[in-house]
Design a binder for this molecule. Structure first.
Ligand code: HDE
Length: 706
């Protein structure tokens, strides 16, 4: 590791990629003074050179190079945003392979060699909205990972949902046009709740399975850190003996899989549109770097046709009962980006970027993606996009591709072609690490077709629906109802009902009732009733419940019990949670008792909302409870949190406040375990456990009303 990288970053964070970018990294605070781009010291950045008589302003002079450079640079600051996945946030980290038997399947060192630390850059994104859209919209999330390996970059460009809307790449432009804002009025932003998306769903039955996932709680993740990731497409692995395996890649989050309620997600869109972006940075900066296990599902080449679905069909999962997950490594994201544009915006992924031991299948979606990504980077970033610091490999790279706009590598040498008389940069033999193309025998008829198994579109949509817990089914029905209510064309919302009735009759009837479509009298097709594991989010609770990185609001007013707050805060911090004090004003809030030091509130009641926190704690203190009880916003805080089934801890007088605020006398708080004790000796009941798993159930009229 370079010593320069060590100067820039703490040792624990510097890695081969950050070292590679050291020459481009300039810290503003180390600079002496302002210059132009060509290095001229600037004495006046504010006043354009003009003709004047010393008193009155006259015409501006074009000759002013300082003003012109400043304006011209500004005029060209924007580049085209990504046609999909425009809004994203990213982080650096590393991947380490486990000591697994992955070598049975692949010769890729990044996946098999536990002694390697492979730097990664991961960009999370929403799909539909533009760069300025909100984070917590209902949408699929992108989960794209660039592995800077010793054999070149491997880009695993995945999503948080294991399947996709369509089976064929050629349908992608139509699908994207249908889901993006409508062409006549550019509405809606960051949503699929509109006529054109649902019209497409009605007419393309292959979208059934994915629409179930997108309308489920998976569409509104609590955090990027609490999402699974999937390569979605079927790739291939080849081992040292040249044997081929079909493979699906899975990322499994250490923190489990958690979502917002729809009401929270909707509100946060307005309250804090950057919620996910901030959440990622906050966790990394607070020492809770997110972690995922990489697991693979593998099918030997000879067993390709052994399943009742086509394993190359990206609208199908490989049920884990049939093809179990094999954990092979883990990834940790431990460094935030230094500059958004040059890193998060300029990073460019390509599904066609693979390394020896990893390859493609004939998955018809993947085949098209392999063409599309390279092409789109040319229009976003120019032909030399792979040279940009964030994109270039950390291993040596050299070939005879040359020139093009904004080429900045300077290649010394007298020949720029192969073969050349000096035999410079010869191809690398497969035995020496050159990429080995797996030989595949192909014979066939040239035609536009899709295989027979690709024609079945409902079985796995039913499998997914059947596997959900009751509350997840209810959320899904409500989500579809919300979306169809936003469709004002009866041709759309009425025709969606028979399509839903192809998946599940009860679901179709309930949605029809909600949105005013004709309720079907009988199912269009029988629901096979089968379930699969690891589809419901309940199957992804972390093994050890944790409140690490969870945001906890401590609600106080003057007259709170200082000892209780101090102890609770200490307990939260010790458990890795992030406590915030919320008071009637951002300023010092005074505890009960004379001569005590106040606590500085991080926010006032109006400045944040309960939606942005995972749990609430209210200390004892008579005056404090009285103030809270007479403050409408404070009451709203706890009532809303209660409605979202969040954990609420209360001590002493705060219990009565809570009972009256939630209008539910007799709630038992005894269910909370004691994790800390006040210096005064009183017990503090504040173990929030996994806050998305309700510890008590409120009447559904209340929880659903929020
Ligand atoms: Fe993409 N997709 N995609 N996609 N996709 C892009 O590439 C495309 C698909 C995914 O953070 C674009 O650089 C086609 C599936 C992610 O920079 C573009 C098809 C999956 C990202 C493109 C698909 C994805 C993109 C736009 C159908 C899940 C963001 C900008 C064949 C596995 C990467 C860009 C980032 C971005 C094309 C389908 C995931 C236009 C043609 C399936 C996470 O090249």
């Amino acid at each position: 590791m370079s010593s320069v990288a060590q100067k820039i970053l703490p040792n624990s964070l510097a890695n081969a990629k950050t070292a590679d970018m050291k020459n481009e990294l300039v810290d503003v605070k180390d600079q002496k003074g302002m210059t132009t781009d060509f290095g001229l010291p600037v004495s006046d950045p504010d006043r354009w050179l003009k003709v004047s008589n010393g008193e009155n302003i006259g015409p501006h002079l074009l000759e002013d190079p300082i003003a012109r450079e400043k304006i011209h640079r500004f005029d060209h600051e924007r580049i085209p945003e990504r046609v999909v996945h425009a809004r994203g946030s990213a982080a650096f980290g590393y991947f380490k392979a486990f000591n697994s038997d992955a070598e049975k399947y692949t010769s890729a060192g990044v996946l098999t060699d536990p002694s390697r630390t492979t730097p990664v850059f991961v960009r999370f994104s929403t799909v539909q909205g533009s760069r300025g859209s909100a984070d917590t919209v209902r949408d699929v999330r992108g989960f794209a990972t660039k592995f800077y390996t010793q054999e070149g970059n491997w880009d695993l460009v995945g999503n948080d949902i294991p399947i996709f809307f369509i089976q064929e790449a050629m349908k992608f432009p139509d699908f994207v046009h249908a889901v993006k804002p409508e062409p006549h009025n550019e509405v809606p932003t960051g949503q699929s709740a509109h006529n054109n998306f649902w019209d497409y769903f009605n007419l393309q039955s292959e979208t059934s399975h994915m629409v179930m996932w997108a309308m489920s709680d998976r569409g509104i993740p609590r955090s990027f850190r609490m999402m699974q990731g999937f390569g979605v497409n079927t790739f291939t692995l080849t081992n040292a003996a040249g044997e081929l395996f079909f493979v699906k890649f899975h990322w499994l989050p250490e923190l489990g899989v958690h979502s917002f309620t729809w009401d929270e997600a909707l509100k946060i869109c307005g309250q804090d549109p950057d919620f996910h972006r901030k959440d990622l940075n906050e966790a990394i900066e607070n020492g809770a770097p997110p972690k995922w296990t990489l697991a693979i599902q593998v099918i030997p080449e000879t067993q390709e046709h052994d399943f009742d679905f086509d394993i190359l069909d990206a609208t199908k999962i490989w049920p884990e009962e049939l093809v179990p997950l094999i954990p092979i490594g883990e990834m940790i994201l431990n460094k935030t980006v230094d500059e958004y544009f040059t890193q998060t915006e300029q990073v460019a992924f390509c599904t066609s970027h693979v390394v020896p031991g990893i390859g493609f299948s004939d998955d018809p979606l993947l085949q098209g993606r392999n063409l599309s990504y390279f092409d789109t980077q040319i229009s976003r970033l120019g032909i030399n996009w792979e040279e940009l610091p964030i994109n270039r490999p950390i291993c040596p790279y050299m070939n005879f591709n040359r020139d093009g706009k904004a080429r900045h590598r300077i290649t010394k040498g007298t020949v720029n072609y192969w073969p050349n008389r000096f035999e410079q940069i010869p191809p690398v033999a497969v035995e020496n690490g050159g990429y080995r193309q797996h030989p595949a025998k192909i014979a066939g008829v040239k035609e536009r077709m899709r295989g027979a198994k690709f024609q079945e579109h409902y079985s796995q949509a039913q499998l997914f629906y059947n596997s959900l817990a009751d509350h997840e089914k209810l959320h899904l029905i409500k989500a579809i109802s919300f979306e169809l209510s936003h469709c004002d064309d009866p041709l759309v919302y009425e025709n969606a009902i028979p399509r839903l009735n192809d998946i599940d009759h009860d679901m179709a009837v309930q949605v029809a009732k909600n949105v005013g479509g004709p309720a079907p009298s009988e199912p269009n097709r029988k629901n096979h009733g089968k379930k699969s594991k690891n589809l419901s989010q309940l199957d992804f609770m972390p093994k050890t419940p944790t409140i690490k990185s969870r945001r906890i609001a401590i609600l106080i007013a003057d007259g709170f019990d200082a000892a209780v707050v101090e102890a609770a805060k200490g307990a939260f911090l010790a458990a890795g949670a992030v406590p915030f004090v919320i008071g009637p004003r951002r300023g010092e809030i005074m505890p009960e008792g004379a001569g005590q030091k106040g606590v500085f509130a991080d926010h006032h009641f109006e400045g944040q909302r309960s939606t942005m926190f995972d749990a609430i704690f209210i200390p004892s203190g008579r005056a404090c409870a009285q103030t809270l009880a007479s403050n409408g916003r404070a009451i709203h805080w706890v009532l809303e949190a209660f409605g979202h089934l969040k954990a609420i801890g209360a001590v002493g007088e705060a219990v009565a406040f809570l009972e009256s605020a939630c209008r539910l006398p007799g709630i038992s708080f005894a269910q909370f375990e004691t994790v800390g004790s006040a210096p005064s000796g009183g017990a503090i009941t504040v173990d929030f456990g996994v806050v998305t798993a309700p510890k008590f159930s409120a009447p559904s009229s209340i929880s659903e009303g929020w």
